[in-house]
Design a protein around this ligand. Sequence first.
Ligand code: S3P
Length: 166
Amino acid sequence: MKNIFFVGFMGAGKSTVARNLQKRLKMNLVEMDERIEKEQGMTIPEIFEKYGESRFRDLESELILTIGKEGNTIVSCGGGVVVRPENIEYMKKNGMVIFLSAKPETVFYRVKDSTNRPILNGNMNVEYIGELMEKRRALYEAAADVKISTDGKSIDEITDEVIIAI
Ligand code: S3P
């Protein structure tokens, strides 16, 4: 089994579905944000505040190029991983890319109480989420081998769809 990369907007369910999938398939699991926080000894908001977004994107790219080398790994990517074309290229070459999509309203409902997403700090509203999602949509689509809509579905239903698709 090759690697499986989950991409999609914040709150699309990447981490939860990746964890659920790992319980059902014998594969390794990497949650990119968690790994970066562990390696840096800082939270994502602290990294953004101290070094800025572009340093965070560098860390993300460095990580994605090293994980999944041995294959058989489920990777829950950060929502912005698709902004660097080399990340997309790497994922497509080294595994299957699954784009989990969700409507802006669904994303807002899922992330509204979260304080660990600096991109949405001060912009926690449906309009902003919708605009940023539109800006990124073509990138998610370009990366995707499979696209699964998550609106109104349970984690198990989404996981079943993933298993059918892979
Ligand atoms: C980001 C998404 C976050 C995290 C960071 C930036 C983004 O990951 O990497 O806050 O730019 O979309 P999740 O999609 O796991 O929330």
